[in-house]
Design a protein. Structure first.
Lengths: 522, 186
């Protein structure tokens, strides 16, 4: 049996890792890079490039270069997040079947799973070149707060890339595993994970062989990208004051500004003041090229991102409350994700948790290393005394009821795998089908939650109302994925359940995407 | 899942495992529909939070699906999975003082019921039962006495007990609120 790899499929960057000689290590590509930009650029219909070369094309080929696609994976087309992305992304975001999202490049529509699959294929290829053998199995990480649709779409991406996904693993859990693996610790820890596009916080109890997630919370639309956006706004506003030219109306200028904003953000981690400089970003009235030259201090940067940082602590509050713990009881705070390299984040975390945050392992790499450890453990069949990860479901699972409300079946932070059973009955005589809607989220109102899908129990026997009783079992597996089974309580017969997962790909669509994807050279 | 009869599990055909574990698995699988959470976690109904957690960790080491990840027999893996899901459910209810109390009430009322019903608990609350979150102070026994009195439609007695509860724990909001409620209802 070949090696199982661990992949951190990130919003901005992706990393692949394997365990060799009992130690996890990240894998470099041919160019020696271990951190691969999660950017896919289409040269034509049958050739794409992924990584650093693709990222260079963000400015010159903005229409055919897709970045930060993880912000869209598993989302509904008619959602606020997608509307926001449509405003800022230079590539074309269009509506797909079932309220799903597609990215249109050169007249062809791609699902987000297909875009993710190009990145995963690059990671697979990198690992194969390094190991000198084919790789077919992987553990892929996702933000802990990802819902069922986002997890499923990520797993689909793996399948399209030709990978058997052994586990969808939560990023903070992976990080905790890398942190505590083989250390013989006995600690209550917090993982503060601020990535490129998502934020997670998990509270864990780490023991010698058991890693228990006590609670988790997050915001799947908050990350380093948002800090870049604040800098972009600041520079665009200042430039407008100087020149009366609005760069936001010029998508090419905006891309240049985005690249510069990211550079300034990173430079502000070392310097207290940095000057943004973009040559010829605009044109004066008489056609002369205008440069952008705007200085910014770390203090000002902290001020214009203050509310973003505070949003992370609201999430931290939730996680601590759910764990019934106070900051005094937390023994270590571990920083994960490239965005936690910002001193303004480290200062804020120190003030909130009243202790020095730990940056033992590179925050950019720690998730992939944890994924590799879990991959190795599963590859060995889990019987060789590896560490046991006990995770939870991040969001409550419920069903729609009369009046637009939700009945919770499995509460958030319940340990997984788990299941819940609920009986349904007919409300009319001779009713032969019952429709059930499934939601994930914390609101009492159905409309404020994410609808995972709906299913119809069909072929019920004709009987007076209330006589037919169907028992429906809702399962959440170790990947955090939801499935549903139904059976007639009287006959014990399994009922046919057809779930229409909104936005998801059918197995035929998956096979077709896989076949088509394989024709494309990555 | 309500497993009225234990289907064929393939548990017979599990080689290369400690026979003791296989035997135990078989027993637990057969008894699963009748085991309450305490029996399943092999703890006393009086077990404290530390003991609940310890039991969960121990059983996780034995039953977590990851331990059988490469195990060839699918039926066997499914059976372990079903058992583990119930263990996780038991832990989830028993680690929460509020849910554990509701669960204890449910199994006291109907010992044949082994799984917690959140539906039933919500119904009970909506029908005027009050969940207790008044803490474990000295006033609790008067509160309990007041609830008993209410069950017997003895409002005057309930008020008396609640006054005692408030007297001994003047800062307890739940005691005060219930007393006000009874006074207002008159």
């Amino acid at each position: 049996m070949g090696k199982v790899i661990g992949i951190d499929l990130g919003t901005s960057t992706s990393i692949v890792a394997v365990v060799e000689n009992g130690k996890p290590a990240t894998v470099p590509n041919a160019a020696g890079e271990r951190i691969i930009p999660s950017v896919v650029s289409f040269l034509d219909a049958s050739n794409v490039i992924v990584g650093t070369e693709a990222k260079k094309r963000v400015v010159v080929e903005p229409r055919t270069t897709v970045y930060s696609s993880k912000r869209l994976i598993g989302r509904k087309f008619f959602s606020g997040e997608v509307k926001k992305a449509q405003m800022v992304m230079p590539y074309e975001i269009v509506e797909g079947p079932n309220d799903s999202v597609r990215i249109k490049v050169a007249e062809k529509d791609y699902s987000l799973s297909e875009i993710g699959a190009f990145i995963l294929r690059e990671m697979k290829k990198t690992a194969e070149a390094y190991l000198g053998e084919p790789v077919t199995q992987a553990v892929i990480t996702v933000p802990a707060y990802f819902n069922d649709g986002q997890r499923q779409a990520t797993k689909d991406a793996g399948m399209i890339a030709g990978l058997d996904v052994l586990r969808i693993l939560n990023e903070p859990t992976a990080a905790a595993l890398a942190y505590g693996f083989g250390q013989g610790l006995n600690q209550k820890v917090v993982i503060y994970d601020l990535g490129g596009g998502t934020f997670d916080v998990s509270v864990l109890e780490i023991g010698t062989d058991v890693f228990e997630v006590v609670s988790t919370s997050g915001d799947t639309y908050l990350g380093g990208d948002d800090f870049d956006d604040r800098l972009i706004d600041y520079f665009a506003d200042s430039f407008f004051q100087q020149t009366k030219i609005d760069l936001r109306k010029d998508k090419e200028a905006l891309q240049k500004l985005k690249v510069e904003a990211e550079r300034v953000k990173i430079a502000l981690s070392d310097a207290l003041e940095v000057k943004a400089h973009v040559e010829g970003i605009g044109k004066s009235k008489d056609g002369k090229p205008l440069d952008l030259d705007i200085p910014i201090t770390r203090n000002l940067f902290a001020n214009i991102t203050y509310d973003l940082i505070q949003r992370t602590f609201k999430v931290c509050d939730e996680a601590l409350q759910a764990a019934h713990l106070t900051v005094d009881e937390i023994e270590a705070v571990i920083l994960v994700g490239g965005s936690t390299k910002m001193p303004i984040i480290q200062d804020a975390v120190r003030n909130y948790y009243l202790k020095e945050p730990k940056i033992g392992i590179d925050p950019d790499l720690v998730v992939a290393l944890g994924a590799a450890i879990q991959a190795e453990s599963l590859a060995g069949g889990g019987r060789e005394g590896g560490s046991l990860l006990l995770d939870v479901t991040p969001q409550s699972l419920g069903i729609g009821t009369a009046g637009g409300l939700v009945d919770v079946l499995i509460a958030r932070n319940s340990p997984i795998p788990t299941s819940a059973t609920r009986s349904f009955t007919t409300s009319r005589d001779n009713q032969t089908s019952v429709k059930i809607q499934i939601y994930q989220g914390e609101s009492r109102n159905a409309a404020e939650n994410e609808q995972l899908g709906e299913f119809t129990l069909t072929g019920l026997p004709a009987a007076p109302r209330g006589e037919v009783k169907i028992e429906v079992t809702f399962d959440i597996d170790t990947d955090g994925l939801v499935s549903v089974q139904a059976r007639d309580a009287r006959t014990g017969k399994e009922e046919k359940v057809r779930i229409t997962v909104s936005g998801g790909l059918s197995s035929e669509e998956l096979e077709r995407a896989k076949a088509e994807g394989m024709k494309v050279n990555v | 899942m309500s497993t009225d009869t234990a289907p064929d599990t393939g548990l017979q055909q599990a080689p290369a495992l400690d026979p003791e574990i296989v035997n135990k698995l078989k027993l637990v699988w057969k008894a699963l529909p009748r085991l309450n959470y305490y029996q399943l976690l092999e703890i006393s109904p009086k077990a404290d939070q530390g003991e609940v957690k310890k039991a969960f960790y121990k059983l996780s080491r034995d039953y977590h699906p990851d331990r059988y990840f490469r195990f060839p027999h699918e039926n066997f893996r499914n059976a372990v999975h079903q058992i583990y899901k119930r263990i996780a459910e038991a832990y989830n209810i028993l680690r929460s003082p509020q849910w554990r109390e509701a669960y204890d009430r449910q199994i006291a009322e109907d010992p044949a019921k082994v799984r917690f019903s959140i539906e039933e608990e919500i119904k009970r609350q909506q029908q005027g039962g009050t969940t207790y979150d008044g803490g474990n102070g000295p006033g609790k026994r008067y509160w309990m006495a007041a609830m008993d009195a209410l069950k017997n439609k003895n409002v005057a007695g309930a008020k008396l007990q609640l006054q005692l509860a408030v007297g001994i724990e003047p800062a307890n909001e739940q005691f005060k609120a219930k007393l006000e409620e009874l006074k207002a209802a008159k």
